[in-house]
Design a protein. Structure first.
Length: 125
């Protein structure tokens, strides 16, 4: 009887150790996957910011400030907020700004599953 209990105890311990090792491996893989995904989306944001700067430079707005911020909602969908700043844009009429924002929307984000919102930095003078 003692031998049986000892065998069961050792078996239970081995099963617990195995379960803990497997769960640790899975959690580690999930963390690496999340880190790699985060890096991927940060790189996409950087690429898009550079593409937007080049587009705006072609429109006559050299040295534009472009900031790309990523937001992930509860469902995992990503949304990017692109904030643009340039002194000449600050002096444009609202109609001119709306036209330029529409033109900025023609620069496609590398990952079509992500939504992009463009806005101008508002300066209080």
């Amino acid at each position: 009887m003692k031998t049986f209990l000892r065998t069961v105890s050792v078996s239970v311990c081995l099963v617990l150790i195995t379960v803990l090792c497997i769960s640790g491996t899975v959690m580690s893989r999930e963390k690496r996957t999340e880190e790699a995904e985060g890096k991927y989306y940060r790189e996409l944001g950087s690429i898009y910011a550079e593409e937007m700067r080049e587009f705006l430079k072609g429109q006559g707005y050299a040295d534009c400030g472009v900031t790309v911020t990523s937001v992930e909602d509860e469902s995992g969908a990503r949304r990017y907020i692109v904030t643009i700043h340039h002194g000449r844009i600050d002096r444009m009429t609202q109609t001119e700004k709306e036209k330029l924002l529409a033109e900025c929307g023609t620069v496609l984000f590398p990952d079509r599953a992500c939504s992009v919102y463009h806005k101008f930095l508002e300066e209080d003078c």
